[in-house]
Design a protein around this ligand. Sequence first.
Ligand code: 5GP
Length: 278
Amino acid sequence: MTNSRRTFGLGVTISTTVSARHERPPIVSDFLPDPLPEKLYEGKAKILYPTDDADVLLSFFKDDATAFNAQKRGSIAGKGEVNCTLSTHLFQQLEAAGIATHWIDTPAKDWMRVKTVEIVPLEVVVRNIAAGSLCKQTGIALGTPIDPPLVEFFYKDDDLGDPLLTRDRLRLLDVASEETVETLKAMALEIDRILQDFFARGDLTLVDFKLEFGTTRSGEIVLADEISPDTCRLWDRRESDPQRRILDKDRFRQDLGKVEDAYETVLQRVADVLEAEK
Ligand code: 5GP
């Protein structure tokens, strides 16, 4: 297997330009083997390490941020901890609602223990409101409600720029069986239903999001990767201004500023919902 196409684990593509600060994450707790083993994979937002148990990997969430297929690079202070914490809360919500995920536990704010999976090389995007590439490619106006939600499959391949796939192209590429594609679509719509409802309780609108799935060593399809403002568009229902309401990576993509504040706001809203529902 070549490095750039490896899809085992989180399915992230190995980057060779990660800042030295993240080359070797600090030993923060005794849950980490010392010395840290060689990383298995390094992606744009996370690094994966093996553990003594072949069914378990450790995932470190980086502050590094990329956009436009890594043509734009930067760093968002505290992003790793926020995204790991948020993903933890959201995976727990989904697990409680019967959705299988790769999440095992979160031994530190920016470290997650996850099940070892072989990633399905598809990015599954669900859209509730038109934004991003949908507007660019179809001319549909930003903010147009989409009901029922749209589920799209993109080929997870950085070299090709993650192209949108048709049903026939999915069949042609044979990256997943028709049955698996149907399973992914059904899971994505169920996840959308659960997350839309959850975020709404924190006055957040789930505009769209990207999911990745993997197959565990025992053959179960589970939700993998992360769910965070890096992978979701989230709009603040307490704000009507079209730029100020953006609380996700679009702030970084579009140079809107206050990126860290936006991510913190999402985390705070989610924490408030969990606190209120204790
Ligand atoms: P779009 O297709 O409009 O660019 O993205 C749709 C949704 O999926 C957005 O919430 C966006 O953040 C997410 N998304 C799509 N592709 C990627 C990707 O390669 N990385 C990340 N982090 N999010 C993605």
